[in-house]
Design a protein around this ligand. Structure first.
Ligand code: FES
Length: 64
């Protein structure tokens, strides 16, 4: 799906820019391409959220 994960055959090891390694031994691994995942570089389905949480506003437009 557009903006969704890239599915690749596992197991995988992903080397991050800081040199750390993230591994998964699943048969199919979903890699996050939206950058919203809390478990980046692995997809946690955060890409499914359509809207962002916004601060509540009063009737006069002031933030509460
Ligand atoms: S692609 Fe699924 S959380 Fe980013």
């Amino acid at each position: 799906m557009k903006g969704g994960p890239v599915l690749i055959d596992g197991p995988v090891e992903v080397e991050m820019p800081d040199g750390s390694v993230v591994s998964s031994d699943r048969f199919v691994v979903a890699l996050c391409v939206c950058r919203r995942s809390l478990t980046y570089p692995l997809c946690d389905t955060s890409h499914r959220r359509q809207c962002r949480v916004v601060a509540a506003t009063s009737n006069d437009g002031e933030r509460e």
